[in-house]
Design a protein around this ligand. Structure first.
Ligand code: EPU
Length: 430
């Protein structure tokens, strides 16, 4: 059983701006997940450090263990993964609930010649097809058999072949997956319209340190010269800081902090958010590896947001930013361009007293400022769940957030980090 019946109870500040202290940012979920999947490319053990202690990471370890790999934690944020065996089926229960399980398909197919998996599920953020994956595996020479409950991909003994791949939509997991496939495939793989998120650069840099030949990561065209399975002793992946956790705390600080220092982050990866907050009237002090923010005394000004692939405004910070906009003066337009349906959580903010009009699956307007009132809320995904936590913190009264599992999928130790900066928050285990 994966979900645990847990709730967060938050005593809202009722608009007071009293939070203070510092928060240390954990390792990046979206960077470490593909790096963990890439252990399947190795003949030798791989060490991972600064690994976030979050549910998606635990589920990834379970997927690997079910495939015959060993995952041995040496201490809390550091593990060594050794892959061996020839199992080719991804655990159905985990895969169906975690979109990132699709990351394991490429290295398995590339190294074991076959993989069976169900349609991957995950957060409720609209349609999440896998056509790009299937079409491109076929271009690399795989066959695909689809049954009612699963897909089976096979390379038929000859292994994957390098190919020209065009992504009709930029996909971070898609780009990571085909980088991994390309490393083992024979010949050159070219990915066009590749995702340019920092997580892609982290993966390519890591694989290059162990002998892969990947160029162009961080640009729309990535070339991978197939070099085969990795045989390198002593490989270590150092997980970079989570830019989305840092961004979430920055938004919280802009709403409710006397002074909040966000430590061990990479401000370089947060330009689009910092630009919006500054335009709205928030001042952010940018250090090399930290940020300092405080909520302005004056009411901030509404700013429009349009989500975009990196380096544009991240879809993953859209929900927390909408909570910020409820406290701003004026009308803000919000346009979600990545995931249709990733605005449905706004109905709950309206129940809390926000003035938000949802025009369609992708567009909303927020008119503020509004004072939010505490409510009982059920988070639909990681980021909206965290947005509810922020809403609960600024609201008047005591809020209860259910579906904490979603928040735990991506945020390590959320209540402890918040308690340390002055939030009155408790986890209730049913
Ligand atoms: N898409 C297709 N066909 C496919 C694959 C994707 O049409 O075969 C479309 C999707 O419908 C969507 C877009 O492409 O419109 C991107 O979807 P995908 O599922 O590929 O998302 P992703 O880019 O791999 C990663 C993060 C997401 C994050 C986005 C931001 C990981 C594991 N996931 O998804 O993370 O929102 O980038 O672009 O890295 C999260 O952390 O909360 C989260 C959802």
């Amino acid at each position: 059983m994966m979900e645990k019946e847990q709730m967060l109870k938050i005593k809202g500040l009722g608009g007071k701006k009293t939070l203070s202290g510092s928060v240390t940012i954990s390792g990046s979920k979206n960077a470490v997940l593909p790096a963990i999947a890439s252990a399947l490319l190795f003949k030798n053990p791989v060490r991972y450090t600064n690994v976030p202690d979050i549910e998606d990471v635990h589920r990834s370890f379970e997927l690997l263990e079910a495939l015959g790999c060993s995952v041995s934690p040496s201490k809390r944020h550091s593990v060594t993964i050794t892959c061996s065996g020839n199992k080719t089926r991804l655990t159905e229960e985990i895969s169906k609930r975690m979109r990132a399980s699709i990351l394991f398909v490429a290295p398995l197919l590339a190294t074991r010649g076959e993989v069976t998996f169900p349609h991957p599920g995950g957060c409720v953020i609209g349609e999440r097809p896998i056509d790009i994956f299937i079409d491109n595996f076929k271009k690399m020479g795989a066959t695909c058999k689809e049954s009612k409950h699963s897909y089976t991909l096979k390379t038929g003994g000859s292994g994957l072949k390098g190919a020209e791949l065009f992504f009709r939509i930029q996909s971070v997991t898609g780009t990571s997956a085909f980088i991994m496939a390309g490393v083992v495939a024979k010949g050159e793989t070219v990915i066009r319209n590749a995702a340019m998120e920092p997580e892609i650069i982290h993966l390519a840099d890591f694989l290059n340190t162990v002998g892969a030949k990947i160029t162009g990561a961080g640009t729309p065209t990535i070339r991978i010269r197939g070099t085969g399975m990795v045989r390198k002793n002593g490989a270590t992946y150092v997980t970079p800081p989570d830019r989305l956790e840092a961004g979430s705390f920055l938004i919280l600080g802009a709403l409710a902090a006397k002074s909040l220092k966000i430590e061990k982050c990479n401000p370089e990866e947060l330009h689009s958010l910092i630009e919006r907050l500054e335009l709205s009237g928030v001042s952010v002090k940018i250090g090399k590896h930290d940020l300092l923010v405080s909520a302005p005394k004056k009411t901030c000004k509404a700013v429009d947001i349009k989500t975009h692939e990196y380096p544009g405004f991240p879809t993953d910070l859209q929900a927390p930013m909408v909570v910020f906009l409820t406290a701003c003066k004026g009308e803000a337009k919000v346009f979600e361009t990545i995931f249709e349906g990733r605005l449905s959580y706004t109905e709950d903010l309206v129940r809390m007293g926000a003035n938000i009009n949802l025009w369609n699956q992708r567009e909303a307007t927020v008119v503020g400022p509004s004072t939010l009132r505490a409510r009982e809320l059920w988070g639909p995904d990681i980021r909206a769940g965290l947005a509810y936590v922020i809403a609960g913190i600024i609201a008047k009264g005591e809020s209860t957030i259910h579906n904490v599992y979603y928040i735990d999928r991506g945020y390590e130790n959320i209540e402890e980090k918040l308690q340390n900066i002055g939030v009155v928050i408790d986890r209730i285990k049913a």
